[in-house]
Design a protein around this ligand. Sequence first.
Ligand code: SF4
Length: 220
Amino acid sequence: MDTTRSFGKVISDVTPMFEKVLSAITIIFIPLFGFITKEYALHILQIPHNYIKYHISERQMRQMIFSNTMIKYRQMIIVSACLAGMNTRYDGTNCGHPEIIELVASGKAIPLCPEQLGGLPTPRSAISFVNGDGNELIKGAIGVRAIGADGVDYSKNLINGAMETLRIAKMFNIKKAILKEGSPSCGVFKVWVNNRKVEGCGVTTAILKANGIEVAQIEQ
Ligand code: SF4
């Protein structure tokens, strides 16, 4: 299965048909069952009855129920934290992308930094591969390592960070990710191997794809 799709396709898939159907059902049926709606609101929103009576209109209540239901069923995606504007890069900077920031701000994406999840500090040494990419590293290919500019072997940190990312993806039933191109963790089509940028992927991309998660890239 080809798990690499275009960034645009992934963005358009974030709002599945299911949301539209649920929206139609909510708009058509909830006004017909005002009493049930009120009891439902009390139950799922866990707010006092008096508050609904004096402070929230029927319309506001319906909107609250609708957004609560949307959050419950929405298909979230994972994005690289640095693309979401967080200063997680090795040099303590970010590469914020407006569309990714918007996805996070609207509650559609979870920003994660696999290298921080793997126990590395920020700032940290720049890391690149020797003798192979992330795919070959997770397969245990002989001589393939992820080495920092300081000469330290960070292979274990990158694998741990990728496994943590996968754990979170499974926790939220995530099927898609948009990651930062070129990174030894997040790279999708290109990474640095033996001081040259070549075709290959990062460790997190390799592990997500091996577990059936679609991965798209952004070059920043
Ligand atoms: S590219 Fe990935 S690992 Fe590198 S800073 Fe961004 S989120 Fe973290």
